[in-house]
Ligand binder design. Structure first.
Ligand code: SAM
Ligand code: ZN
Length: 276
């Protein structure tokens, strides 16, 4: 892990800056956090233990599905909206496998990223995806383990939004990019497969959750028609929260009656926000 990125992190106990020596991040007060052998740093306060992020199976399915490129339009829209300088630091909240973060870092060797996720399975993946990324386990609902004003860009893609914390860590001239699903997103699969549908109030909830700390400066519809074979549909379902309450055999039976390829709508909104 890049020591310069660890210097952007703060101690979850005392909020002082961390410093990496050998494979341990330490604050001046002596709190110490060892790098896991899989390359990520666990900065979850012990009070948060037990909180559930994505499981190993969900992260595995997400890796396969995103690797097949069906969500590349989302990644490409983020890359275009990011408008980064060559040496900016980008953090992704609820980063999962780090797919979008790695895309946004592009080819600039000096650009660096911090992948934040509560799931250690996700953190393991994100630690491997790109050497410019530091992968950190934390609970975004509690706090982000980043110093004030320390990042130029925040990404939040289908992830928990803690507005106060995101505003605290973002530089005053920084930007927040948020991706949320629209009502049409995956609509062909929702009923047939029993997926959790997008609630009609999503847009209002997005506005409410961020408006106190951020001002919206842009909004863009990202839509695509996906042609998914049965295995892609299976991975797509297994990477979502629906995976937790579906019976696997029943899911396979339902997938078996879908046409192949299944024509499935991708429909999300990418919104850009600046701190107030
Ligand atoms: C729907 S996934 C999106 C992952 C990634 N942004 C993507 O689109 O591929 C939501 C992610 O948020 C993480 N997550 C859930 N609760 C969290 C929390 N309290 N703090 C940090 N991450 C959390 C999950 O582990 C999961 O990786
Ligand atoms: Zn400390």
């Amino acid at each position: 892990m890049d020591p310069a990125l660890v210097a952007v992190l703060r101690c979850p106990v005392c909020s002082n800056q961390l410093e990496l020596t050998d494979r341990t991040a330490r604050c001046p007060q002596g709190h110490a956090y060892d790098l896991a052998k899989q390359g990520y740093l666990n900065l979850l306060p012990s009070a948060s233990n037990g909180i559930e992020g994505d499981s190993a199976a969900m992260v595995g399915a997400r890796t396969v599905f995103l690797g097949s490129g069906h969500y590349a339009p989302i990644r490409d829209a983020l890359i275009l909206a990011a408008e980064l300088a060559a040496d900016d630091v980008v953090a992704e909240v609820g980063a999962g496998t780090g797919y979008y973060l790695a895309g946004v870092l592009g080819l600039a060797p000096e650009r660096r990223g911090i992948a934040l996720d509560v799931s250690k399975y996700a953190a393991r993946r994100a630690a491997k995806v790109d050497p410019r990324i530091a992968s950190v386990v934390c609970d975004a609902w509690k706090e982000l383990p980043l110093l004030d004003d320390s990042v130029q860009l925040l990404l939040n893609v289908f992830a928990p939004r803690n507005a106060a914390e995101m505003a605290r860590v973002l530089a005053p001239d920084g930007r927040l990019l948020v991706v949320t699903p629209n009502q049409d997103h995956l609509v062909q699969l929702v009923d047939v497969l029993g997926l959790v549908s997008v609630d009609a109030e999503k847009e209002r909830r997005l506005q409410e959750s961020l408006a106190g700390e951020f001002e919206r400066v842009g909004s863009e519809l990202v839509e695509e028609v996906m042609r998914l074979d049965r295995s892609a549909v299976e991975q797509l379902v297994l990477m979502t929260p629906s995976a937790r309450h579906l019976n696997y055999r029943e899911l396979l039976q339902r997938i078996a009656v879908l046409p192949e390829p299944a024509i499935v709508t991708l429909s999300v909104t990418l919104s850009t926000w600046r701190p107030r």
